[in-house]
Write a protein that binds this ligand. Sequence first.
Ligand SMILES: Nc1ncnc2c1ncn2[C@@H]1O[C@H](COP(=O)(O)OP(=O)(O)OP(=O)(O)O)[C@@H](O)[C@H]1O
Ligand SMILES: [Mg+2]
Length: 249
Amino acid sequence: MQHAGPPGKLIAFEGLDGSGQTTQAKLLTLWLDQRAGMKAHYTKEPTSGPIGTIIKRALLQPDHTKTAPELSYNPATLALLFAADRLDHLEREILPLLRRGTCVISDRYTISSLAYQSLELDPKWVRSINRYALSPDLTIFLNVPLKTCLDRIRNRHPQPELYENPATLQRVEHRYRQIIRALQRQRYRIEIVDGTPPPAEVHRAVVEATKKFFRKRRARPREDEDQIAALLKTPPLNPEEIRVHLAAG
Ligand SMILES: Nc1ncnc2c1ncn2[C@@H]1O[C@H](COP(=O)(O)OP(=O)(O)OP(=O)(O)O)[C@@H](O)[C@H]1O
Ligand SMILES: [Mg+2]
């Protein structure tokens, strides 16, 4: 993986299914863009582009041992599709925004591939097919116990997707722990946030983790000092603002 160079920052959210990534990625985008004076854009993986659309069809088929009419969704094919979708996502959407100075908040990114697709494949191979994906400037991992995630998933939709079963997610949880430990040893910028409290409380912790990242960047000569100073003074969205935002979908 290469290191991010463009002026905009890439922030990735990671976690188990149901850990609250979509909720928190959208709230952080709103806070950055409408409160903290940074241009920010929410995006997610798999994308809604041509490759992501194929992936989503595969995920909707929980029994992936059955060959779908248009494609055999074996684990290696799926891993290659995720890696290709990510590179396409970067070229089409993420990099042009970063070059213009917009922060991009990605709801899942490379670590998801390492956690999910390497369950049935050699992790080194999964890493290598993601080698050309730009490293995020900051990754926020939402830490939520598996049981809580499963309860949230069940409440959200009765029809489980490919990875949404307790046995698989238990293995994913274990993989995430291994990956995070390895990344922390490599000084990869990853923040672990407790995702179990109510959304407003998790948002406060996410904003704190984001401020910690920007605080460290103030020492860098190319950064806009005033913009970062304003961001550091901006309070998180309050619970009522969050309630309204979540109710609006
Ligand atoms: N902090 C929270 N406390 C309680 N429920 C939450 C919290 N955050 C999100 N939820 C609810 O849990 C469900 C899953 O949240 P969300 O869709 O944000 O998770 P996700 O990590 O994006 O899941 P997936 O990986 O499956 O897309 C939703 O119904 C959401 O409203
Ligand atoms: Mg989601």
